[in-house]
Design a protein around this ligand. Sequence first.
Ligand code: NAG
Ligand code: NAG
Length: 834
Amino acid sequence: MRILHFWNLATLAAAATLAAHLPPRNYASHDYYAIHISPSTSPSELAAHLELTYEGPLGALEHHHVFKAPKHENDIVDDAQQELKKLRRKREVAAEHHPLDSIHFAQKQKVKARHWKRSVIPERQERAGPPVTDAIKFQREVASKLDIKDPIFEEQWHLFNVKNPGNDVNVTGVWMQGITGKGVTACVVDDGLDYMSADLMDNFFAEGSHDYNDHEDLPTPKLSDDRHGTRCAGEIAAGRNDACGVGLAYDSRISGVRILSGDITDIDEALAINYEMQQNDIYSCSWGPPDDGKTMQAPGTLIERAMVTAVQQGRGGKGSIYVFAAGNGAASDDNCNFDGYTNSIYSITVGAIDKSNQHPYYSEACSAQLVVTYSSGGGDAIHTTDVGANKCTSQHGGTSAAGPIGVGVFALVLEARPDLTWRDMQWLALLSAVSFDTPSDWTKTASGRMFSHQFGYGKLDAYAMVEMAKSWKNVKPQAWFYSPWMHVRKEIPEGDKGLASVFEVTADMLKKANFERVEHITLTMNVDHQRRGDLSVELRSPSGMVSHLSTARIHDDEPSGYSDWTFMSVAHFGEAGIGNWTVIVKDVKPGNLKTGVFTDWRLRLWGESIDGSKAKLRPIPTNHDDDDHDMIDDHPAHTTSVAIPTGTTPTMTSLPDDHPDRPVNQRPSQTLANGGVQTASAAPSATASAAPAENFLPNPFPTFGVSKHTQIWIYGALALIIVFIAGLGAYLFIARRKRMKDSRDAYEFEVLDGDEDRDDAGLLSGAAGGRKKRAKRGGELYDAFAGESDEDLLSDEDGDEGPYRDQERYNEKFAADEGSDAENSGGSSAGKRQ
Ligand SMILES: *[C@@H]1O[C@H](CO)[C@@H](O)[C@H](O)[C@H]1NC(C)=O
Ligand SMILES: *[C@@H]1O[C@H](CO)[C@@H](O)[C@H](O)[C@H]1NC(C)=O
C-alpha cells in the first residue's frame, strides 16, 4: 500500500516539475523586480536595456515578468526611469518611444515581514459536561453507516457533537448523500503539508502544491513549528481510514503551498495565492498581517492582482474561492477590517465560535466577516491530523482552525454544484448560515438574514448550505458603482461627537451602471489623525443598516490616520443601494489632545448586474486607482445630495445611539433614513420584549416619531437651501471682488482656492460643464459654514467610551445600560452576561 503511494507521489511530483516555473529566487545574492510591460515590448529587450537578467513570466499575471540583478542598494528600474525623465526634460533624448515607456508598473521586491499564523494555543479547562448517551448512539450509527473507523472521529466534536448536541457543522447528513468532496481540490497556503501523513497521502495532490520558501515542488514541512498547514489540511481532507480523524470533505483532494516558513516577497506570494488555479478550487489561508491591534496592512499590488486574476480566470472562469481566517487579535481590539486580506471582497472571512456557541476571546469582529464556525475555546479545541506518519492533535485552535472548516464545507458545496461562481458561494454562505442565540449585535439585513459584526451571518451549517446550493440559481455577473471622491476636509470633533458625510445614490446612477442590487460595499477613505486608534467609522445605508467599518484600538498609536484605506462590509448584501449612504467618523478618545481631519472618502457598491450580457470584467486593479482624488468624477449626481458641507445640515445633528450593548436576543428595529419604518422580525429564540424602536435621529430628539423625522428632513432641506443661496450670493460677491483684485495673478488665485472641493461641489451644479468653477464656489461656501456650525457634532450617548467594543473589560461599564437598543452592541460583551 505505502509503496504504491510513494510511486504515485513520485509521478505527480515529476509532472509538477514539468510545469513552467521561475528559477528559484535567492534573496541573499540577488534583487528581483516585478515589471508589468506592454505586450508589444519583449521582456528580453527590456532586460538587455536595463542590464537585468530575465527570469520569466510572473505566473498567471498577464504581461508581468520577473527580472533579477546582483544585490544592490539602488532600484535599477526606478533609477533608469528617473534618468530618462531628466534627459527628456533637458531634451537630450528624443521624445519618441523608449523601451522604458512600456513599463506600466515596476516593483523592486522587498522581503516581506512574516505573516502571522492564526492559531492560538488553546487554554485547557474542564471539558463540557458528560456526553449525551443518545447522541453517542446516533454518532456510532452514523459512523458505521459511513464506514468511518478513524480512531479520533468520536473526539471530533466539530463534526458531530455529542456533548452539546447541535453545536457542530451538521455535516453527517451531507455525507449520507454521498457528498464527500469528490472532484474538488482545496489548497492550503501555509507552512507546508505533510503529504507523508497516513491521513493525508491518499488525498494529497502534488500538482497543485509548491514550496515558495525553499523553492521545491513539494511543500514539505521542515521547521519544528511547521505543523499549522498540516493541521488545517486535516480538517479539510483527512481521509476516511485508520489514521486520526476525518476531514469535512474526506474524499476531496488537498494540496499545499508553502510560504510561511522563510523569506518571501510579493512575487512569491502572488505566485502562491493563485497557484495552479485551474486545478486548485479553494485556497485556504489561515494567516495574515500581525493581529497585534496596531497593524493596518493590505496585500501589495501584485498580490491583489493575483487574487483578481484567480477570481476572474481560476476554476474555468467561475472564480477561485478564497477563505481567510478572521484573525485572533480581538483581545487587543483588533478588527478584521484592518487586514486587507480578510476585508477583500474576493475572500470569504471566517471567524470562530467555541463549542458552546460563545465568542472566543481571540476572534476578531468586523463588517467584512461573512460567517463563523467552530474552533478552540470553552475548554476544547479542534481535533485533527498533525505532522507525522500517524499523528493527531487535539490542540488546533484560533481562527486558523475555523477557516479550514469553512473550506471543507465549501468543498462539499462545490461537489454538489461545481458551476457555482465565487459570488454564488458567498451568497449561499450568508443565506444558509444559522444565527444563534448568543447575544450580539444581531440585526436583520436586507437579505432577510441576521448579521452581527461578531459572528457575521452566523455559523456555517454544511447541510443547510449544500441543500440550498442544489437548487441555487447562479447570480448574474458582477457590476459596480463608484461614487465620486467626497471631500470633507473637516476637523473631527473629539469625544461623543462625530462627523458625518452623505452621498446619495440615485436609481438613475445605478441603472446607468447596470447595477441591480448590492453585495459588497467598500469605502476608501483618508483621515489625518494624530492617533489612529482613536478613530471609529460607521456607514449607514439607505435602509438604515449600520456597518461598523472601523473601531477604536487601544494599542494603535500610529500618528497617521487612514491613507487611502479601503474598508469593506458584507452587511448590505441584498440592499437596493438607492438613497443616502452616510459615513460617520468619530474620535472616541476625548481629552488626549490627539485630533485629526476627515479628508475624503469614496463609496463603491459591488453587486449583481441588471443585464448580465452587458457586464464586463473589472479591470485589473492598479496602484493608481485612487490617485484621482481631485478629479471630477463622471457620475452624474443628484443635485442636492452631496456637497452639503458635511455636518452643517439638520440631518447631521443626529447620530445613532451607540450603546454597546443590547438586551439579550433583542433585535433592533430599524428606521429608514427617509422615515419609513422597517420592522425587524423577532429572533427564533427571542424571549425579551421588543426593543424600543431605533430612531435614525435619536439625538437630541430621542423621542421623535417618524413624522417628526420627516419634518426635520424637510426643515433641514429648506434651511439648507436658504443658507446655500445666501452663501452662494455672498461668495459670488466676494469672489468677484477678489477676482478683480487678483486678476493679474492667477497663480495666487489658484493657491487660495486650489485645494477646495471640486467634485462634490461639482455635483451641486448638476451640470457637467463649468463644474470646476462652481465647485470652487461650493468649497468656499463650505468653509463659510465651517466657523458657525456646531451641528456636525453628532452626539452619542455613550459618553467617553468608544462604540462597539468587543472587550470584556467594557462589560461592567455597560452592564447598566440594559434596555437600550443599539445596532452596534459589542457581541462578546453582551455574550458574557448570559
Ligand atoms: C442539519 O442536518 C439535518 C439533516 O442531517 C437537517 O434535518 C437539519 O435541518 C440541518 N440543520 C439545519 C439548520 O439546516
Ligand atoms: C438624502 O439626504 C439629503 C440631505 O442630505 C436629502 O435632501 C435627500 O432627500 C435624502 N434622500 C433620501 C432618499 O432620503
